[in-house]
Design a protein around this ligand. Structure first.
Ligand code: PLP
Length: 494
């Protein structure tokens, strides 16, 4: 039966095709829930069609988050889409799968555990929730220690690099912890371990290091940080710990750089987060946090749920959430195994090099990312006199590519980069196509009048840009480049 079918309009709305019905002729209300129902196929079509205007996730090179999984895993996820994860009594197997994932990830990060000892950790909605939990554990532990010593405990701070992901700023603001940021500088876009240790004082709850900076994929030197901080702790008697935000690098380093010491092999590393939905290779909605051992997670933060006679400790911000992502993470871990993850990460790394070589060969870009880090390319235009990275980004959209451009945080704000994240589903062929399209965009931009914005009506500079462009246009006449459209009005904004 079709509810609320207007028979005076459609002679028989179960026969009329969706596009022949009146539902596609009216725009849907945007502010109030509509009075009447509409047929399900019409609702489906209207929503589906509006969503077509979203970008294509597979071409969204801005994101680290997984956009492709095997159909078998899609099937498992759809089959569990109606399972609320929090109903551990009712879905004990799902709970068991999450615990297995925690154990596997803890071992991957070299957590000092016995063969059958269970790890301390939890599945979260993403690294952001994981970071809130890890931060809370540090804050509470620090407060307890200060209280026991009879010292003030109302001014906690946390030390990070200015390159931290926004979720650290959220943690600081939501949970009232002062964020002390180590400033960056041109050509050094990660936290300087020496400066970080200098910022540590008796109120520092932890230093957060990043394995795979969001800005350029670079790994921070956690080993050096650990050594410097050990020294400082010895001198001061403080016990400042380290958290590693391995949101993107946690599933890279163990496979590509097994000898790099960044994890629980370092004694001051007390907790680590990783995004299951980044290089953990699961669709959006899963992250993990693991603690070195029980003592690093204050007991008063844990809620104990008793199910089937067993104690299920929980420590999360949400109550209800889906189960599919947890099941999918378990699928990936056992389906791929160490070998599978390693192959995928090696391919990502190789495709990143294909893209890098292509970009370098244009002669137009400086590469800001490092070869060993998260497989991504961050690059800047060498010459900003006529056009900016933002224009390159805009023009690439026409080919379907989504490549973000952004400026670096303090004190490197004058550096702007374009960033391409190489995910599992970004093949060598796509990398080559992207290089070709970037070359097309550069050629097109070259043929356009400069659009650089000059500060404060600097007329000399403005004239210089115009002269340079004219010279450039003349030189273009004589080289092999395709003929250019006649110069139009210059739109240098002075
Ligand atoms: C992506 C990212 C986060 C946030 O993680 P979500 O899983 O998106 O919540 C935090 N830190 C770093 C370094 C990241 O790359």
């Amino acid at each position: 039966m079709v509810i609320s079918c207007d028979h005076s309009f459609d002679s028989d709305c179960s026969i009329t095709s969706t596009f022949g019905s009146r539902y596609v002729r009216k725009s849907l209300p945007r502010f109030r829930m509509p009075e009447n129902s509409i047929p399900k196929d019409a609702a489906y079509q209207i929503i589906n069609d509006e969503l077509m205007l979203d970008g294509n996730p597979r071409l969204n090179l801005a994101s680290f988050v997984t956009t492709w999984m095997e159909p078998e895993c899609d099937k498992l996820m759809m089959a569990s889409i109606n399972k609320n994860y929090v109903d551990m009594d009712e879905y004990p197997i799902t709970t068991e799968l999450q615990n297995r994932c925690v154990n596997m990830i803890a071992h991957l990060f070299n957590c000092p555990l016995g063969e059958s000892e269970t790890a301390v950790g939890v599945g979260t909605v993403g690294s952001s929730e994981a970071i809130m939990l890890a931060g809370l554990a540090f804050k509470r532990k620090w407060q307890n220690k200060r209280k026991a010593e009879g010292k003030p405990y109302d001014k906690p701070n946390i030390v990070t690099g200015a390159n931290v992901q926004v979720c650290w700023e959220k943690f600081a603001r939501y949970f009232e912890v002062e964020l002390k940021e180590v400033k960056l500088r041109r050509d050094y876009y990660v936290m300087d371990p020496e400066k970080a240790v200098d910022l540590v004082d008796e109120n520092t709850i932890c230093i957060a290091a990043i394995l795979g900076s969001t800005l350029n994929g670079e790994f921070e030197d956690v080993k050096l940080l650990n050594d410097l901080l050990l020294e400082k702790n010895k001198k001061t008697g403080w016990e400042t710990p380290i958290h590693v935000d391995a949101a993107s690098g946690g599933f890279i380093a163990p496979f590509l750089y097994p000898d790099l010491e960044w994890d629980f092999r370092l004694p001051l590393v007390k907790s680590i987060n990783v995004s299951g939905h980044k290089y953990g290779l699961v669709y959006a909605g899963i992250g993990w946090v693991v603690w070195r051992n029980k003592e690093d997670l204050p007991d008063e933060l844990i809620f104990h749920i008793n199910y089937l006679g067993a104690d299920q400790p929980t420590f999360t911000l949400n109550f209800s959430k889906g189960s599919s992502q947890i099941i999918a993470q378990y699928y990936q871990l056992i389906r791929l195994g160490f070998e599978g993850y390693k192959n995928i990460m090696e391919n990502c790394q190789e495709n990143a090099m294909v893209l890098k070589d292509g970009l370098v060969s244009t002669g137009r870009f400086d590469i800001v990312s490092k070869d060993n880090g998260v497989p991504l390319l961050a690059f800047s235009l060498k010459d900003h006199s006529r056009h900016t990275e933002f224009e390159v980004s805009d023009y690439l959209r026409r080919f379907g590519w989504i490549v973000p451009a952004y400026s670096m945080p303090a004190d490197a704000e004058d550096v702007t980069v374009l960033r391409v994240v190489i995910r599992e589903d970004f093949s060598c062929t796509l990398a080559e196509r992207l290089v070709n399209d970037i070359i097309k965009v550069l050629n097109e931009l070259d043929s356009l009048p400069p659009t650089v914005l000059l500060e404060n009506g600097d007329m000399d500079k403005c004239q210089a840009v115009i002269r340079q462009w004219k010279r450039f246009m003349i030189s273009r006449k004589y080289d092999k480049a395709p003929p250019l459209p006649p110069p139009t009005k210059l739109n240098v904004i002075c």
